[in-house]
Design a binder for this molecule. Structure first.
Ligand SMILES: *[C@@H]1O[C@H](CO)[C@@H](O)[C@H](O)[C@H]1NC(C)=O
Length: 180
C-alpha cells in the first residue's frame, strides 16, 4: 500500500527566495526517490504514460509520455512539485480571464516558481486540481490533447470530448521503477 510522506525536512533547504536559478535538464533517476511519486494515466490511449516535460525535468508544457523519462512528484502545500528536477519545478494551470465561463481546456506547464493559481490534492490516488473561482464537475478530469499536452478539463469527464483530446484521470504510483 502507498503511504503519504512528510516533506518538512526536504523543504528546509529549498531555494525559495533566491534569484531564479538556471534550470538544467537532469535525467530522471530510474528509481523513485524517497517521498516522490510517479503520476500516470491508467486507461487508453494513455495507459502508463507518465507526467513529465520534454526535455525531461526542465520548465515546459506538462505532458503524459514514456515511462523512461517520467518526472517524480509530490504535493507540498497544494503545489505539485517535480522533485527530480534541479531546481524543483512547480505545475501551473492557465488562469482564464472569465472564470465564470472558462474555456473547456486550461493549459498546464512547469515553472521554477510556485503556481499562484489553484490547489493540487490527492483524492485517493487520483490527482485533482481546484480553485474556488472556477466551478468544475469533476476535479480529477484531465484532457490529453495534441503533442500529449495535459489540460485541466473544465467540463464533464468523457462528455463532448474536444476533438483531438482524450479524457484521462491521472494517478500516483509508487513502485521503484516506472513501468510500461
Ligand atoms: C514563471 O514564473 C515567473 C515568476 O513567478 C513568472 O514571472 C513567469 O510568468 C512564469 N512563466 C510561466 C510560463 O509560467
Amino acid at each position: 500500500m502507498v503511504k503519504p510522506f512528510v516533506f518538512a525536512a526536504l523543504l528546509a533547504g529549498s531555494a525559495i527566495g533566491t534569484p531564479m536559478p538556471q534550470a538544467t535538464g537532469v535525467p530522471t533517476p530510474t528509481t523513485l526517490m524517497s517521498g516522490a511519486y510517479w503520476i500516470r494515466g491508467v486507461a487508453a490511449p494513455n495507459y502508463h504514460k507518465y507526467l513529465q516535460t520534454k526535455p525531461a525535468n526542465v520548465p515546459g508544457t506538462a505532458i503524459l509520455d514514456s515511462h523512461t523519462t517520467a518526472g517524480q512528484f509530490a504535493i507540498e502545500s497544494g503545489q505539485l512539485v517535480n522533485k527530480a528536477s534541479n531546481p524543483p519545478l512547480y505545475m501551473w494551470v492557465e488562469e482564464p480571464a472569465d472564470k465564470a465561463n472558462p474555456p473547456r481546456t486550461l493549459a498546464t506547464w512547469f515553472n521554477t516558481t510556485k503556481s499562484p493559481f489553484g490547489t493540487f490534492a490527492w483524492s485517493g490516488d487520483t490527482l485533482t486540481w481546484s480553485v474556488p473561482s472556477v466551478k468544475r464537475q469533476n476535479l480529477g478530469a484531465w484532457l490529453v490533447c495534441a503533442k500529449q499536452a495535459l489540460f485541466v478539463n473544465t467540463g464533464a469527464y468523457a462528455y463532448q470530448t474536444p476533438s483531438g483530446c482524450a479524457d484521462q484521470t491521472i494517478h500516483y504510483y509508487n513502485d521503484k521503477t516506472a513501468n510500461n
